[in-house]
Design a protein around this ligand. Structure first.
Ligand SMILES: [Zn+2]
Length: 406
């Protein structure tokens, strides 16, 4: 039987407990009491709040060392030094992505995340190994976690001979998007890097997600160059720029001009709410029509010992960074960690109503603001009407051998 009655749950802002009838992966009815045939399976929601699942807009499944004993952070004076540290770690544990990436996916599902965008390093050192490992994870966790993969040139595009061919091969192999990295700061070839990246996206019908840390007016110049190419290639709505600290560093007229271009060109901005540098002013960007979404970025890897993969924590960080305290602010931050990244990833995240997908997250909170403020431990993730994670752990994985593991 594919149906199930979810009992004793509440909707944000709703009066009292409701029941949700789910059949064949779809919500059929929501009401205080629903008459159902005897014998229909029932699930007690324990008075919890029902939300849409969380979506993480930016992780690195091939970098994390989650699940291994804690490794002390090795500082690097430059990006090149940190990349060298990362490559040494990779050489020590070539199978780390299969193990640690899996550990991260399962932990994220336990936190209530059902979809993510991951960047896979495409470098002379890593070759396509990171992508192969991420593609294997995508297959293994099909039916649990929707995984979108970016072919990410961690060592630059132009300065590395043949890297464009590797990115081409990565897109052929199954990467969904092509990445870029600081066209000025890393490659010192703004037009050449962006032209290469957008030509590859065009050739493969792929999206674009570029890591941009270049500061100030240099960074906003690059954003405008990216926006121009998004329009030229008809990729509006399929281009994102991750980090873009520069938007928090430039004078108001530069910001306004750049933000308007991003909005007109359908270029979205990802932030992980950095604490060490200026960040894009989220509300000001949204006021100008730019889509902003949240992601974790580095989680326990060569770049950072921090990060948990909990998108409730990420949303709370955003609120604390901007002094957002009212319920509506916390609800908005929650949307930036769920509905908005879902749309960016091309997934549906409709308001909870009959006729929509029975993909639900039940949390032990009174309302969304309570959930963001307190990050409750009690979370149950349902996909197509079936419990896939609870009590912080995966219950049953789609294509894994862990079907019966609790
Ligand atoms: Zn990143």
């Amino acid at each position: 039987m594919t149906g199930c009655l979810l009992e004793n749950v509440r909707l944000n802002g709703g009066e009292g407990p409701v029941e949700i009838l789910m059949e064949s992966g779809t919500i059929r009815a929501i009401a205080p009491r629903i008459a159902v045939p005897e014998g229909l399976p029932r699930l007690d929601g324990g008075g919890g709040l029902v939300l849409r699942p969380m979506v993480d807009g930016h992780v690195h499944l091939d970098k994390t060392r989650l699940g291994l004993p804690f490794e002390s952070h090795v500082p690097g004076a430059s990006v090149a030094e940190r990349i060298a540290v990362e490559e040494r770690l990779r050489a020590d544990r070539p199978d780390a992505t299969a193990q640690c990436g899996a550990a991260l996916i399962e932990r994220m599902a336990g936190f209530g995340t059902m979809a993510l965008r991951s960047h896979a390093d495409i470098t002379p050192g890593a070759g396509l190994a990171g992508l192969e490992a991420e593609l294997a994870l995508r297959e293994r966790y099909r039916g649990v976690m929707d995984i979108q993969i970016v072919a990410f040139p961690q060592t630059g595009v132009i300065r590395v001979p043949g890297l464009d061919d590797l990115l081409d091969a990565a897109l052929k192999m199954g990467a969904d998007l092509v990445g870029g990295l600081d066209p000025a700061g890393f490659d010192e070839e703004i037009a050449a890097q962006l032209d290469t990246v957008f030509a590859l996206a065009d050739k493969h019908g792929a999206g674009v997600d570029i890591h941009l840390h270049d500061p100030g007016t240099l960074g906003t110049f690059e954003l405008r160059q990216i926006a121009a190419r998004a329009r030229r290639y008809g990729l509006e709505g399929r281009v994102a720029v991750s980090h873009a600290y520069c938007l928090g560093q430039v004078p108001g007229d530069d910001f306004a001009r750049t933000a308007d271009l991003l909005a007109e060109s359908g270029v979205d901005i990802l932030t992980n709410v950095p604490s060490h540098v200026e960040m894009p002013p989220v509300a000001d960007l949204e006021a100008r029509g730019v889509t902003v979404f949240l992601g974790s970025d580095n989680i326990r890897d060569a770049w950072s010992p921090f990060g948990t993969g909990d998108m409730f924590e990420r949303a709370a960080l955003l609120c604390q960074r901007w002094n957002w305290r009212e319920d509506a602010d916390l609800e908005h931050a929650c949307a930036l960690a769920s509905e908005v990244p879902a749309r960016v990833l091309g997934l549906r995240s409709d308001p909870i109503a009959p006729g929509t997908a029975a993909d639900l997250l039940i949390v032990g909170a009174a309302c969304i603001a309570d959930a963001i403020a307190t990050r409750p431990a009690r979370r149950t993730l349902l996909r197509a009407g079936r419990v896939i994670a609870e009590n912080g752990r995966l219950r049953a994985a789609g294509n894994t051998k862990d079907q019966d593991r609790q």
